[in-house]
Design a protein around this ligand. Structure first.
Ligand SMILES: Cc1cc2nc3c(=O)[nH]c(=O)nc-3n(C[C@H](O)[C@H](O)[C@H](O)COP(=O)(O)O)c2cc1C
Length: 209
C-alpha cells in the first residue's frame, strides 16, 4: 500500500520528503563577491548539470528559514551576475559544512573557514584552492518560485572556464575514485562515493567514462 500525501500543507513536510527522496545530492560550494569585495561561500545540494554545450550548471537556493529573506549567495549573484561553483572531496566535508553557517552579510567566509581564495581567470569571484574542480560561471537565469520560507529559485550559470586538478584529470576525464566526491542526504546524512557498481551501457554511442 502507498501513502499518498498532498503537497500543499507545509514547507517542512514537503522539504522532508524532498531531501529523503532526491539523493544522494551532489554539492556545489558557491563562491560570490559581497558588496564590500569580501568573499561569500555557501554549499548547495539542490544542484545539477543542465547543458553540455553551452556548458550550464544549476543550483537552487531556498528562501532562508530563519529570516524569510534571500540568502547572501542570491543577493550577490543578482548584483554581480557571476559565481564560481567549487566541487569538494571527502576530505573537505567538515569545511563544506562550516561554509553553511549563517554569518552576518559581509563576513569573509574564506577567512572564516580557513579555505584559500584563488583568483579566477575570467570573473571576479574567487575559487577555492583546496578543491579539485572549479567552474567559473556567468549568470544565465534566475527563475523564482516565491518569496516565502522554503520557496526556491533556479539559478543557472554558463561556465566560462573550468579548472581541474591535474591529480584527478586523465586524458580529458575525471577519475571518480581520485575526486572522492561526496553527496548530501536527509538531515545530517552525507554520502561517500567510494562504493561504485557498474552496468554495461545500452547506448553504444554514449560517451564513455
Ligand atoms: C551540504 C549542504 C547543502 C546545502 N544545500 C542547500 C540547498 O540546496 N539550498 C539551500 O537553500 N540551502 C542549502 N544549504 C544551506 C545553505 O548552505 C545555508 O543556508 C547558507 O547559510 C547559505 O549561505 P549564504 O547566505 O551565504 O548564501 C545547504 C547546506 C549544506 C551543509
Amino acid at each position: 500500500m502507498m501513502i499518498s500525501l498532498d503537497s500543499n500543507k507545509s514547507f517542512q513536510d514537503n522539504y522532508k520528503i524532498l531531501i529523503g527522496a532526491v539523493l544522494p545530492r551532489p554539492i556545489a560550494v558557491i563562491s560570490t563577491l559581497n558588496l564590500d569585495g569580501s568573499n561569500n561561500l555557501a554549499p548547495f545540494s539542490f544542484f545539477t548539470a543542465v547543458s553540455a554545450m553551452p556548458m550550464i550548471l544549476a543550483f537552487c537556493p531556498l528562501i532562508r528559514t530563519s529570516t524569510s529573506s534571500k540568502k547572501d549567495t542570491v543577493i550577490n549573484i543578482e548584483r554581480e551576475k557571476e559565481f564560481v561553483i567549487n566541487i569538494g572531496s571527502f576530505e573537505h566535508a567538515a569545511l563544506i559544512n562550516t561554509c553553511s553557517e549563517e554569518l552576518p552579510y559581509g563576513t569573509d567566509e574564506f577567512k572564516h573557514s580557513g579555505l584559500t581564495a584563488l583568483d579566477s581567470d575570467i570573473i571576479k569571484s574567487k575559487r577555492v584552492k583546496e578543491f579539485k574542480i572549479h567552474f567559473e560561471c556567468k549568470l544565465r537565469d534566475i527563475l523564482s518560485y516565491g518569496e516565502t520560507i522554503g520557496s526556491g529559485r533556479l539559478i543557472t550559470g554558463e561556465v566560462v572556464k573550468v579548472h581541474i586538478s591535474e591529480d584527478i584529470y586523465e586524458k580529458g576525464k575525471i577519475n571518480t575514485q581520485k575526486l572522492a566526491a561526496i553527496g548530501r542526504g536527509a538531515g545530517n546524512d552525507w554520502f561517500k562515493t567510494s562504493e561504485i557498481f557498474e552496468l554495461e551501457r545500452k547506448m553504444k554511442a554514449q560517451i564513455q567514462k
